[in-house]
Design a protein around this ligand. Structure first.
Ligand SMILES: NC(=O)c1ccc[n+]([C@@H]2O[C@H](COP(=O)([O-])OP(=O)(O)OC[C@H]3O[C@@H](n4cnc5c(N)ncnc54)[C@H](O)[C@@H]3O)[C@@H](O)[C@H]2O)c1
Length: 351
């Protein structure tokens, strides 16, 4: 089992992470346990958790409907209500068992209930293992704006059991893998070289890949919890990718976050090359690998104009200049790269 140290807590990775969880639970003396899950983590993951941590058989289970459209204040009201009705107090522990929707929403609910309850994350999707559960960002969507209401609140521990991924679809594995590719491209050339050899979703979800990706994200997030500078590097691929995701969702197209980020990394790598930050060879290497895994997204003229609108309103921009985080060579990043709108338009057209 790998143990990664974060700010004040540890991240335990491996099939036997439950041993560490049991030790934590027996030492901590919480007054009660409240497990937040959705219908899929309830069906596929909760039985395993209860089997390995029998003390949690006494937990209250709060089961939510799955989906990004449930990451709302309405769902929070439902959970705050359930916590109140079942007698949660200041000494209770909230356990977020699920994908990124559950860790974002559950972390937010816990950090605001009675001015803050302890919580832990047990991520069950690749995206939540390597990204969403790590780094202390919690929150919900509001009036169509993603993660508009939230807190920065860290869990008391993260327990990552990669075998939970066996019931996840290949599409969902590729979804999470985009964030693995991203963190390698901005932070670790050696890891990137290892990733380039991987071709199938089975190879993307090994404990080794997950542990390395978590270690890299954790290292960046713990040095800059409140995203003053360093942490902005994790936005590589997200300026265009996030805008593309929003434009496609607005047009009711079926798109997952990681698929949009993969397209965003292709376009932003070409911008990085145009700005002479990475070489043509590096840009080709990045785009070639991403294209070998992800289907091309169709960007119509209508989507393109919506996408540009979203980019102009992106909270990552500073003043009137578009502000991107780009690789300056593979494995290293540069923050606050000023990018002209024309360069963005060109990269969309060349995509
Ligand atoms: N806080 C952060 O730093 C951060 C970072 C990245 C993403 N996010 C957030 O994460 C969310 C996306 O996370 P996600 O992709 O995990 O989505 P998700 O939580 O919606 O999970 C995806 C789907 O997989 C199902 N599922 C979960 N575990 C499963 C399992 N083991 N087997 C089968 N099905 C399972 C879920 O029910 C859901 O249908 C977004 O809301 C995004 O904003 C947060």
């Amino acid at each position: 089992m790998a143990i990664i140290k974060s700010t004040t807590y540890n991240i335990h990775i491996g099939d036997n992470c439950f041993d560490a969880l049991n030790t934590f639970l027996s030492k901590s003396k919480y007054s009660g346990y409240f497990i937040i899950c959705d219908e899929n983590s309830f069906t596929y993951c909760l039985p395993t958790l209860l089997f390995h941590s029998p003390i949690l058989n006494e937990a209250e289970i709060i089961e939510l409907e799955s989906g990004e459209d449930k990451k709302t204040l309405d769902t929070c009201l439902q959970v705050w209500g359930a916590l109140t009705d079942t007698g949660a107090d200041k000494k209770s522990l909230v356990i977020n068992l699920g994908g990124g929707v559950i860790s974002d929403l559950g972390g937010f609910v816990a950090s605001t209930f009675k001015r803050g309850l302890d919580f832990i994350n047990i991520p069950t999707t690749l995206l939540s293992m390597v990204d969403a559960s790590v780094g202390g960002k919690t929150g919900v969507d509001f009036e169509g704006i993603k993660n508009h209401i939230g807190t920065t609140s860290e869990p008391k521990g993260i327990y990552v059991n990669p075998t939970f991924l066996e019931t996840l679809s290949e599409r969902q594995i590729r979804n999470g893998y985009a964030e693995v590719i991203k963190v390698a491209l901005i932070a670790d050339l050696v890891f990137w070289k290892e990733l380039k050899k991987l071709k199938t979703p089975k190879q993307f979800q090994t404990e080794k890949v997950i542990s390395k990706a978590i270690a890299l994200k954790n290292e960046i997030a713990k040095k800059d919890l409140h995203e003053k500078d360093l942490r902005k590097s994790l936005n590589f691929g997200h300026n265009i990718g996030h805008a593309l995701e929003s434009a496609l969702i607005q047009s009711k197209k079926d798109i997952l976050h990681g698929e949009a980020i993969a397209a965003g990394m292709i376009m932003e790598s070409r911008i990085a090359h145009a700005l002479k930050k990475i070489t043509a060879k590096e840009a080709k290497e990045i785009t070639g690998y991403i294209e070998s895994i992800y289907e091309k997204i169709k960007i119509t003229k209508e989507i393109e104009s919506q996408l540009l609108k979203f980019i102009l309103h992106d909270k990552k921009n500073e003043g009137s200049e578009l502000c991107f985080a780009l690789p300056k060579r593979i494995g290293e990043y540069e923050l606050f790269c000023g990018v002209e709108l024309d360069a963005v338009k060109k990269s969309i057209q060349n995509y």
